[in-house]
Design a protein around this ligand. Structure first.
Ligand code: NAD
Length: 502
């Protein structure tokens, strides 16, 4: 990393944050290096929380919850704290962004332009939501009034991935605490750094100690301990599909409420009547932003035959021009992948594409020669004639676009739905009937029509099929983070059977 481009001091140790205090690092604790993916340098050391430490964090969260200090605080008080957290994220955005880039290798322009503002917005959104939310009253029966109370569930276990660490984790933290829960957050073991300034700003914002606790460590150790922990009442998980399966089955043993937001292999359908230039720009954004490491990537680009040749030519020309480089450089468009493992995984799909007779690499497919160090991978475009091939069915999670041709809407929809995933989808057309058919028949949680990446926080977000169970966003986050209690009160005395009276 070019030191001149960053102003921050990287925290040398990462530990748990429990009840408003950092746990002291102990030599005997299992340690993991934190690596900057652009130069493979070890920048910090993570001291892993074991099951005992997870229990301590869960107990702290439970104690705070039961104290009522936060769980029974007025909505106005909670709203004020959430808005103060928003302000402090924005005040500290430079430090948080630089640590995120250090961890993820995502270009700074994207972290500052999208992810940190979104992290702040998550708190603003839930602050506004709780101040407006209401619950139903049932007064149809003239003898009773029955109404529904929404109460926090208790201790929320929040397990987050590495691809957009703050933006995704803060959606969960903001939702959990807005409704009065306490929580234990576990960021990915690859990307804990940005959470250090974040945890420090929570108490400055007026959040009582113990409401948000953080544990750090590997999924199989720290994460597994969370899913087994009796004092954690629910799990909100974002990550890979296989992990989601494991977590849901583990969490089932202690009957935790569970929401899983998982992987995707989303189709980006471009009809020949689409606005070609806009569809082209958006197709590049949908697959190459965040270094291609995003669940909602438009990774299968389906192009209608009459425009396919021209689209591929123009798409590849633009990909050749993408600026790959130091993620701290404001002009960089593609940085390194998160880790050596991820780099090897992406390379293995390029190798498979090279071997297959149904696929043809149009550009990329290798580690770029210009970088001696770092987990860089060339932005890659592959055309395929077989939607069953691995590059069309598996989530690659890298700067890797697959282009398929189709003839007519029926074939487009058949290819789109021929996937075990169903997270998002993109449709490009100027024909309203085509759009209406596509949005109805696509089996995915989100359909974006003539736009890339529109995340409306008021609306539900989540997947069909292997892309997850449950949704988040406004009302749907409220469903996850609250219990509903039905209260009935009679409005007059009525006869009650006198059992046991002779
Ligand atoms: P991952 O599943 O490897 O890890 C996610 C989190 O789960 C990490 O914190 C990890 O430590 C933890 N974990 C791993 N094993 C665990 C276990 N047995 N018990 C408890 N916790 C465990 O995913 P990742 O590689 O960090 O992230 C990439 C994946 O996340 C991709 O598949 C991507 O599509 C998905 N994702 C989905 C969404 C969405 O909203 N649907 C958003 C972003 C990323």
């Amino acid at each position: 990393m070019d030191k001149k481009k960053t102003k921050i001091n990287t925290p040398q140790t990462v530990t748990s944050y429990i009840n408003g205090e950092w746990v002291e690092p102990k030599k005997s604790t299992h340690q993991l290096p934190i690596i900057h993916p652009a130069n493979e340098a070890e920048v910090s050391i993570l001291y892993e929380a074991d099951a005992k430490e997870v229990k301590t964090a869960a107990k702290a969260a439970k104690k705070t919850f039961e104290s009522g200090l936060w769980s029974k605080a007025s909505v106005d008080d909670r709203k004020a704290v959430l808005l103060a957290i928003r302000d402090l994220i924005l005040e500290n955005q430079e430090e948080i962004a630089e640590l995120e880039v250090m961890n993820t290798g995502v270009p700074i322009a994207q972290v500052c332009g999208r992810q940190i503002p979104r992290s702040a917005m998550n708190f603003e959104f839930f602050a506004e939501f709780i101040s407006q939310a209401s619950s139903p009253v049932f007064d149809q029966n003239p003898d009773y009034i029955t109404y529904v109370r929404r109460e926090p569930v208790g201790v929320a276990g929040l397990i987050a991935p590495w691809n957009a660490p703050m933006a995704l984790a803060t959606m969960k933290v903001a939702g959990a605490i807005a409704f009065g829960n306490s929580c234990v957050l576990k960021p990915s073991e690859l990307t804990p750094l940005g959470f250090i300034p974040f945890m420090n700003l929570l108490s400055k914002a007026g959040l009582p100690d113990g409401v948000v606790n953080m544990v750090n460590g590997r999924g199989g150790v720290t994460g597994a301990a969370m899913t087994q922990e009796e004092d954690i009442d629910l799990i909100a998980f974002t990550g890979g599909t296989e992990t989601g399966r494991l977590i849901a089955s583990e969490a089932g043993k202690t009957l935790k409420k569970t929401v899983t937001e998982l992987g995707g292999k989303s189709a980006n359908i471009i009809f020949s009547d689409a606005d070609f230039e806009r569809a082209l720009d958006a197709a590049l954004v949908a697959i190459f932003s965040n270094n291609g490491q995003q669940c909602l990537a438009g990774s299968r680009i389906l192009v209608e035959k009459p425009i396919a040749k021209e689209f591929k030519k123009r798409f590849v020309e633009r990909v050749h021009n993408l600026k790959i480089g130091d993620p701290y450089d404001k002009n960089t468009e593609i940085g390194p992948l998160i880790s050596r493992n991820q780099n090897e995984r992406v390379a293995s799909f390029a190798d498979a594409a090279e071997q297959s007779k149904n696929t043809n690499i149009l550009c990329g497919g290798k580690r770029p020669k210009a970088f001696e160090k770092g987990y860089y991978f060339e932005p890659t475009v592959v055309e395929s004639s077989d939607n069953q091939s691995a590059i069309c069915q598996e989530e690659i999670f890298g700067p890797f676009a697959t282009i398929l041709e189709f003839e007519g809407i029926e074939e487009a929809l058949q290819i789109t739905n021929d996937s075990k995933f169903g997270l998002v989808s993109y449709v490009w057309s100027t024909d309203v009937r085509k759009i209406m058919k596509a949005q109805a028949d696509i089996r995915a949680g989100v359909v974006w029509v003539n736009t890339p990446l529109m995340r409306e926080l008021r609306a539900p977000f989540g997947g069909y099929k292997n892309s997850g169970i449950g949704r988040d966003g406004g009302e749907w986050s409220r469903n996850l983070f609250t219990e509903e209690k039905t209260v009935s009160i009679p409005l007059k005395d009525f006869p009650i059977a006198k059992l046991g009276e002779r």
